[in-house]
Design a protein around this ligand. Structure first.
Ligand SMILES: [Zn+2]
Length: 228
C-alpha cells in the first residue's frame, strides 16, 4: 500500500496526500477541502488547554498547543504516518505552515526568538533521511519568520520502540535520552519547541528540562497532534 502510494506520487506529484484528488494551482501537498476537514483541537484559543495541563507540576511552560486531535483512524493519522515512515517530508512543512498560522492567531502565544525541533538520534536520522519534527519546524518558521536552532539540544540515546515498557520505565528512558550541547549554549531565549505528536509529554518534558538547565529560557510547546 505504502509502496503503491509512493509510486503514485512519483508519477502524479500534484495530488492531495490525503484524498488523492488532483490539486489545483493554488493548492500544495494537501487540498483545501482536506485542510478544512482536519480534526482541529482549537487548543490555541485557550491557555489552560489539555496539552498545557499535561505539563502542570512537571516543568514550567509558557504556552502549549497541538494543532489536531489524533485518532487511530482518519486523516491526521494517515498524514503523520506518511510523514514519519513514507518519506513524505513535505507533509511536515505543509502541516507546519498550518500550525504556524494557528499560533499567530492565538492571543496566548508570544513570538519566540528561536524554534527548536525535538532532535532525532544521528543513527535514526541517517536511516530516515530527515527529522520529521524539523520538517514541521521549517513550516512553522516560514510563517513566524523565526530561525530554527538544531545544534543546542541533542538526542544521545537511540531509544527503541517503547510500547512494551511500563509508563515509569518509558519516562526514565526518555529522561536520559536528551542533553544540551557543550558547543552551543541557548540562554535568555523565548523558545518554541516542536514535535509531531504529544502523548504522555515525556519527550517534551525531557527536552524542556534540558533547555531550562541551559539558563533562563522560556519555553512554549507546539505539536501537530495530541493523542490521549
Ligand atoms: Zn484532499
Amino acid at each position: 500500500m505504502n509502496f503503491l502510494r509512493h509510486f503514485k506520487y512519483l508519477i502524479y506529484p500534484n495530488v492531495c496526500r490525503s484524498c488523492s484528488e488532483i490539486l489545483n494551482d493554488s493548492e500544495q501537498i494537501i487540498c483545501i477541502k482536506c485542510v478544512y476537514n482536519l480534526p482541529y483541537s482549537y487548543f490555541e484559543k485557550e491557555k489552560e488547554n489539555e496539552v498545557f495541563n499535561l505539563f502542570l507540576g512537571r516543568v514550567p511552560i509558557e504556552f502549549a498547543t497541538a494543532l489536531c486531535l489524533f485518532s487511530s483512524t482518519g486523516t491526521i493519522r494517515d498524514l503523520l504516518h506518511q510523514l514519519k515512515y513514507g518519506g513524505q517530508s513535505e507533509i511536515g512543512i505543509k502541516l507546519g505552515n498550518i500550525l504556524g498560522k494557528s499560533l499567530l492567531e492565538s492571543e496566548f502565544f508570544t513570538k519566540p526568538d528561536v524554534i527548536i525541533p525535538v532532535p532525532m538520534h544521528p543513527k535514526k536520522l541517517k536511516k530516515r533521511g530527515y527529522n520529521q519534527a524539523e520538517m514541521i519546524a521549517i513550516g512553522v518558521s516560514e510563517i513566524l519568520d523565526v530561525p530554527i536552532q538544531t545544534q543546542g539540544l541533542l538526542k544521545i540515546l537511540n531509544t527503541k520502540t517503547q510500547t512494551k515498557k511500563s509508563k515509569f520505565d518509558r519516562w526514565l528512558n526518555v529522561e536520559k535520552s536528551f542533553r544540551s550541547s557543550q558547543d552551543v549554549t541557548i540562554s535568555n531565549k523565548n523558545i518554541l519547541l516542536i514535535d509531531d505528536v504529544v502523548t504522555t509529554g515525556a519527550t517534551l518534558e525531557a527536552c524542556s528540562s534540558s533547555l531550562y538547565n541551559m539558563g533562563n529560557n522560556k519555553i512554549s510547546l507546539a505539536t501537530l497532534a495530541f493523542a490521549q
